[in-house]
Design a protein around this ligand. Sequence first.
Ligand code: GAR
Length: 251
Amino acid sequence: TVWAAFARVTATSIRHRSRKPPCHTDAAGSAGGIVIFEQSMKRIVILISGRGSNMQAILEAKLPVQVAAVIANKEDAGGLQTAASLGIATAVLSHKGYPSREAFDADLARLIDSYQPDLVVLAGFMRILSEGFVRHYENRMINIHPSLLPAFTGLSTHARAIQEGVKVHGCSVHFVTPELDHGPIICQAVVPVLDDDTEDTLSKRVLVCEHQIYPQAVRWFAEGRLSVEGNRVRVANHADIQAHSLIVPRD
Ligand code: GAR
C-alpha cells in the first residue's frame, strides 16, 4: 500500500529534522483561536534544492497559509536550516540511488502527500519532473523561474539575457505543466538590463523581484483568487496588479 511504501522510504532515505508546529499559526495572529482559523487556511509544502531565499521570503511574508513542510532533494541545501530555525518541519529525500526519475518522483509524491498540501511550491527545486508527477499536482503546483517566460527557459537565464541584448528581463511565477518552465503564468516582474550589467548584478536585481512576486502569488492562491482558463490565469480583484506591476523606461 501507499503507506507501507512510505514507511519504507522513511526508514531508508528521509531524515525528518523538525516536527515543531509551523510558525504561521502565530503569523496569522490567531493566538486565541488557532484551531478554527487553521482549518480554513491552505496548507503548502515547499520544495528546495539550495539556499532557499525564495522559500525564506514566503516563510517571512506572514501569509495566510500553513507551511506543512519544506522538503529538499539535497541534504546540504542551505534552506533547510533556515526553515528549521523558523520552526518549519523539514525532510530530505535524496534522488541519488534511484533507478529512474519516475521512481524518485513516486516516492517524492508520497512524501509530499503525507503532509496533505493544497499547494506545492517549487522554490529553486532544480529537478526535471516526470509527467506523471506533474499531472498529479495539476493546478496545485507552482514554480518561480528567473526570466520573463516564455523567454529563456532552462538554466543560465541571466547570462543569456545579457548575451541576447534584451533591454528588459525579470521573473515569472507559473503553474507547472509537463513541459519544462512552461505553464499558465500567474505574475511576472520586469527589471531593466543595464549597459554594465554582469550575470551577477542582473541576477541580484531579478532576485529582489522574485522575493516580492512569489509570496504575492502564494497569497493569491491562498485567498482563492486564482483561476486557470487554458493558458491564462485570472486573478480576482486585480487592481493591485495594474498599480504595481508595470515598469516603464524613463529618461
Ligand atoms: C531562483 O533564482 C529561482 O528563480 C531559480 O533558482 C533560484 C533559487 O534560489 N529557479 C530556477 O531556475 C527554476 N528553473 P533560492 O534557492 O535562493 O530561492
